[in-house]
Structure formats: structure tokens, C-alpha cells
Design a protein. Sequence first.
Length: 196
Amino acid sequence: SEDDDEDDEDSEEDSSESDSEEDSEEHGAALEGDFNPADFDYLQVSSEIKDLFEYIKRYTPKTIEIEHKLQPFIPDFIPAVGDIDAFLKVPRPDGKPDNLGLLVLDEPSTKQSDPTVLSLWLTENSKQHNITQQIKVKSLENAEKNPKAIESWIESISELHRCKPPATVHYSRPMPDIETLMQEWSPEFEELLGKV
């Protein structure tokens, strides 16, 4: 019977330990800086205020699990100019510098741009038409035997002209004349503008 009593006591201790472990898991371990009522026992306050401190320990925050959903997305397409330049340059046989990227455009592509067309594009996009600069003029030897180069030139210039803004703009509705636009505003309208 003594052995049975000892076994019962051991089982009760084990159950109490497991219950305490479950409680500690539910409530979690004491965090650093957690509220401790013993830290405020020295305060000389009324019993009503002391009762308020008890509500702090009674409150247990709820653990809310937020559902998340993985959603694949396609990143925006960022175009790149030309191919990747591996910076593998073959030097000139005479040893002189090429000045690629300094004097002329170093374009890492099999299909090189026409310098004349490129300068025309840069002049058009920069809106600097009055700057006097030397433009390289491309010439073809035996042009009658190279119709592809002529067609490429015509296509490049046509594309340049297509991207230019139109010389005249046609409005869909009549615009007010200059006299109407230059009229003085009414005092009520000026007062309203001052308040805005």
C-alpha cells in the first residue's frame, strides 16, 4: 500500500508538472520588461487604484494567425541597349589606341549603327538644331551594286521623320482668341483665387 501511495504521489507530481508546463507554453515565458505588480507595491495609492493593476495581469492577448498567400508575379520588362559587352577588345595591329567610347561610339552589337543617322537622332532628341558640328556623311562606292544599303538608309531616315512632331497641329474644337484670353478677371474670381 505504501508503494501504491508513492506511485500516486509521483503521478500527481508528474501531472502537476505537465500542467504547469502546458500553462507556461500557453502563456509563454516571461518577457524582459514584462509587467510585474511587485514593482509597484511601494506606491501609496488607494485600494481602487491597486485593483486596477490586477486587471493588467488578468488580460491575456490573443494570438492571431494571419493567413498569407504566395502569389507569383512577372517583373516589368526592362529593355537593354544592344548585347552584353564583355570588354574583350582586340587591339589594333599597329598598337595605336582605338579611342572607342571616347571619340566614337563603342557599340557591342553585330549590327552597328550608322554614325550619320545616329547624329541626326541625337540632334533631333536634344532639340539643338543650331549647333554647328561636323556630321559624317556616308558615301557608297558602286551604289548600284549595293541596293540593301540604300534601302536601309531610306528606312532609317523615314523612321526619323515619322518620329518628328507634326509641323501643324489641328485642334478638335475652336480655341479662344487672344483678346478673350487677355481680358481681366472679375473681382469675384480674383478673390476666390486669393482664398484657394
